[in-house]
Design a binder for this molecule. Structure first.
Ligand SMILES: [Zn+2]
Length: 173
């Protein structure tokens, strides 16, 4: 497995629509495994393929945070939100493509998601709590949408300017 470099906002590849997976291949499974390793290494609880420059509808997640609890690496090809609750939940979100920036985002508290798993089987499951927030955040990435797109323009511009500065600093190293 390989740890991949994560793209930092602003990057045109983070604003693009990702293409659905037609056939599951060993190459795509390898990509999913690399993404899981990259996510755990970061560390993060979710990662979408566009964040490593692959415009494919693939996300990985593991929202188990309790110390000592068994990890739940989750791979989703072509994930789709089938239903969302009227009830909303606000979480302070962050993103591996927007390091060290956090902001409250309000989303449906529960969602029903359908996807193709790592073995090519179709799955449908209800998510709540942090998993619900995370899966919506990651699916947004597949549509070129970032959590800062939910913020007021001024706040979004402030964060974007910080990221431009961060990228400039990193490029100099
Ligand atoms: Zn993100």
């Amino acid at each position: 497995m390989t740890i991949k470099p994560i793209l930092i906002h602003p990057d045109p590849r983070l604003k693009k629509l990702a293409a659905p997976v037609a056939d599951l291949s060993d190459e795509l499974r390898q990509l999913a495994d690399d993404m899981l390793e990259t996510m755990y290494d970061a560390p993060g609880i979710g990662l979408a393929a566009p964040q490593i420059g692959q415009l494919t509808r693939l996300i990985v997640m593991d929202c188990v945070k309790e110390e000592g609890a068994a990890p739940q690496p989750t791979v989703m090809f072509n994930p789709e939100v089938l239903a969302a609750s009227d009830e909303l939940n606000t979480y302070e979100e962050g993103c591996l493509s927007i390091p060290e920036q956090f902001a409250d985002v309000t989303r449906p508290a529960e969602v029903t998601v359908r996807w193709i798993d790592r073995d090519g089987a179709e799955q449908t499951r209800d998510f709540g709590g942090l998993w619900a927030t995370c899966v919506q955040h990651e699916i947004d990435h597949l549509d070129g949408k970032l959590f800062i797109d939910y913020l007021k323009p001024l706040k979004r511009q402030l964060i974007t300017r910080k990221m431009v500065k961060l990228k400039r600093e990193r490029a100099r190293l």
